[in-house]
Design a protein around this ligand. Structure first.
Ligand code: ISE
Length: 337
């Protein structure tokens, strides 16, 4: 029996996931879609033989939908995750779980009251072969004890709606999640440093680039450059410095062309292609586990909460001039261990 999936929100990533479920992921079928732009929604529904719902909550409560994928714009995530928990359905929510910590807290309370972990957050980098190998290298002790992480997250260009706040809550949040997963550590403090403004991305309300600085419980110091307009491609870097050596995230492989006294390798334009393998592995794993009622192993609602609290605190740091702030979280409930 195929898992019957309903997708709420058909922006770029939503449409990508529908296509992925249709073409790549086995054991599932998208039976229902919902989208505020009804023209887009109806077109996608027709293309993939799914039913169109103007109302996301109606889709979630519809008996033909067994599991829900939430890919709306960020501020609407929490509403649909809560509706899915209320309906007792597994829900995969694209990152971030919510934009405000209070909304994540409602999700944590609802999931615990339901009594079983049914929420997964789409932090797909945890499934990326490069990050997986980097984590293994650290865990095998090859570079000794991690001391420092230098990372960078460069988007080629940004949407007109991008703001300083979103730069951390929407882009930086990936780094916040993947680095605590990679190091198996928790953050204790953070700050945001603002370099000179890029002329390329200059617009009202967008400070770009920004540097997030984080310190972990074990004392590891992390710097992450977040840029919205590299102008040359989508570039994700991560180097972990240990006391015995260093380990670096591999760049995606690309053909090297040598002509005219130059050596050239392509750089991917965006996250859709850079992390396509991670998305495919993540979604197949989610479908398999939901179908077989196995425990979910991707980022949990708790991980989504930690990422949200951390990004909110970093945002406050920037607003208040960049001084370091403590990152304090309540104790992790046993339910999430
Ligand atoms: C986007 O929403 C994503 O999730 C991408 O993975 C990230 O790299 C990009 O910066 C975000 O805007």
């Amino acid at each position: 029996m195929e898992l019957a999936i309903g997708v709420v929100g058909l922006g770029a990533i939503g449409r990508d996931h529908v296509k992925r479920f249709h073409e790549r992921i086995t054991g599932c079928k998208v039976v229902a879609v919902s989208e505020v732009n009804q023209e887009v929604g109806r077109r996608v529904a027709e293309q993939y033989g799914a039913k169109f719902y103007a109302d996301g909550e109606e889709l979630i409560n519809s008996p033909e939908v067994q599991a829900v994928v939430v890919t709306t714009w960020d501020p609407a995530h929490a509403q649909y995750v809560l509706a899915s928990i209320k309906a007792g359905k597994y829900v995969f929510c694209e990152k971030p779980l919510a934009t405000e910590a209070a909304e994540c807290e409602k999700i944590l309370a609802a999931e615990q009251a339901f009594g079983r972990k049914i929420v997964q957050v789409g932090f797909m980098r945890r499934y990326d072969p490069g990050y997986t190998e980097l984590k293994k290298t650290i865990e095998e002790g090859k570079i000794g004890q991690p001391l420092i992480v230098h990372a960078c997250h460069r988007n080629m260009t940004h949407a007109a709606t991008m703001t300083s706040e979103m730069s951390i809550k929407n882009s930086g949040v990936h780094e916040i999640d993947v680095l605590r997963w990679l190091l198996d550590d928790e953050y204790v403090s953070g700050q945001v440093v603002l370099p000179r403004q890029s002329r390329i991305s200059a617009k009202e309300g967008l400070q770009d680039p920004q540097i997030m600085m984080l310190r972990t419980k074990q004392g590891i110091c992390i710097d992450v450059e977040i840029s919205q307009s590299s102008g040359y491609g989508y570039d994700i870097q991560c180097e972990v410095v240990g006391d015995l050596g260093t380990a670096k995230l591999p760049d995606p492989p690309g053909v090297i062309t040598k002509t005219d006294c130059s050596r050239v390798t392509g750089i991917m334009p965006g996250w859709e292609t850079r992390f396509v393998e991670a998305y495919n592995i993540e979604m197949q794993d989610w479908v398999d586990r939901v179908k077989n009622a196995q425990p979910l192993v991707g980022a949990s609602a708790w991980d989504g909460y930690v990422a949200c609290v951390t990004s909110n605190i970093l945002g406050q740091c920037r607003e208040e001039g960049g001084t370091s702030k403590e990152i304090v979280l309540p104790e992790k409930p046993e339910f999430y261990n």
